[in-house]
Design a protein around this ligand. Structure first.
Ligand SMILES: Cc1cc2nc3c(=O)[nH]c(=O)nc-3n(C[C@H](O)[C@H](O)[C@H](O)COP(=O)(O)OP(=O)(O)OC[C@H]3O[C@@H](n4cnc5c(N)ncnc54)[C@H](O)[C@@H]3O)c2cc1C
Length: 298
């Protein structure tokens, strides 16, 4: 049974791998199912995410798993390690939750777990969290991401309301990583091939070169923290996009695992805010960051 969530002990769900397939050489789709998903509360946001729980090295937790008890009885370095993944799709009728994993080599926990995952394997996770969905109140939408944000961008593009125009840029390693997506009319999705360039360079170039359509934009910008910071600056300072129309955050950071990145993320975000909001000529500069106007809170 799912644990009743509280502020201190978020909901823990126990699921099993139902099936898995490669969408492309570097992207694996894992479909999870199981009884405790029955009342899974996804749907409010298109960037819903879960936090997969991996046991700390050498630690076995008593069954049934109880996160509150683990946190109360063990030192922090023995708590489960978390990895954050977008809910690419949630099908309440079939009780199936779809997660797409970037395969980024042998390093790490979650990427290699997805490579090894087999039907029947068990996984525990927290969530969902989330904070963005395309607003019906803007004139157009801009979505920008590397492959880690492709699941959220694809889910968001599928939910663009009222035929509003959307421009999306997704950077992937090469043409073999492009996915067939079924998108509403007025969505213009450009695939950018990284090749040997630094991650995100092509995205920054493409958005800098974009002639913005007239009217108010809502922007969703996620992926590796370095390029996300650069593009946030461009959108806030040079284009004057109001912060409440920006959902922007580093989903991962080159050279850091998720534990290291999460530990420094708050400070990183505060520094970005201080640098860029000081430089912004936009009329709302100085307004305290909301959960989405600054960095998303994951
Ligand atoms: C809200 C949110 C939603 C996310 N959704 C998704 C999603 O749907 N799919 C997805 O694949 N990722 C997603 N991510 C990113 C994912 O959480 C990180 O990539 C995470 O670090 C992967 O964990 P790991 O155990 O595989 O690697 P880690 O142990 O965290 O890192 C090991 C090494 O791999 C590097 N690395 C990590 N991720 C990547 C990458 N994508 N490309 C290249 N090198 C990398 C690290 O810098 C480190 O050097 C999301 C992140 C957030 C915050």
């Amino acid at each position: 049974m799912a644990e009743r969530p509280t502020r201190r002990t978020p909901r823990t769900t126990r699921a099993r791998v139902v099936r898995k397939r490669y969408l492309s050489p570097r992207m694996i789709r894992v479909v999870l199912g199981g009884e405790s998903l029955a009342d899974f509360p996804a749907g409010a946001y298109t960037d819903h995410y879960v936090k997969l729980l991996f046991p700390a090295e050498g630690v076995r937790y008593p069954e049934p798993f109880d996160l509150a008890a683990v946190r109360a009885s063990l030192p922090r370095d023995q708590w489960p390690v978390t990895r954050t993944y977008t809910v690419r799709a949630w099908d309440p009728a079939a009780c199936e939750l779809t997660v797409d994993f970037v395969v980024h080599g042998d390093e790490g926990l979650a990427g290699p777990w997805a490579v090894r995952a087999e039907p029947g394997d068990e996984v525990l996770f927290l969530g969902p969290g989330g904070g963005y969905r395309p607003s019906p109140e803007v004139d157009w939408h801009l979505l920008v991401g590397d492959e880690s944000a492709l699941p959220a961008i694809a889910a968001s593009l599928e939910a663009i309301p009222g035929g509003a125009p959307a421009r999306a840029f997704v950077e992937v390693a090469g043409p073999e990583e492009e996915q067939e997506l079924s998108l509403p009319p007025n969505v213009d999705l450009r695939w950018l091939h990284r090749g040997t360039a630094r991650v995100g360079d092509r995205l920054v170039e493409a958005v800098r070169a974009l002639v913005f359509p007239p009217g108010e934009v809502q922007a969703f910008v996620h992926g590796e923290a370095g390029w996300v910071k650069e593009l946030r600056r461009h959108l806030r300072v040079e284009r004057g996009v109001p912060r409440e129309r920006l959902s922007v955050s580093g989903y991962w950071r080159l050279g850091h695992d998720e534990d290291g990145w999460q530990a420094s993320k708050r400070e990183w975000n505060a520094r970005v805010e201080a640098e860029q909001e000081g430089a912004s000529e936009a009329p709302d500069a100085g307004v305290p960051a909301g959960p989405r106007g600054g960095a998303a809170g994951h």
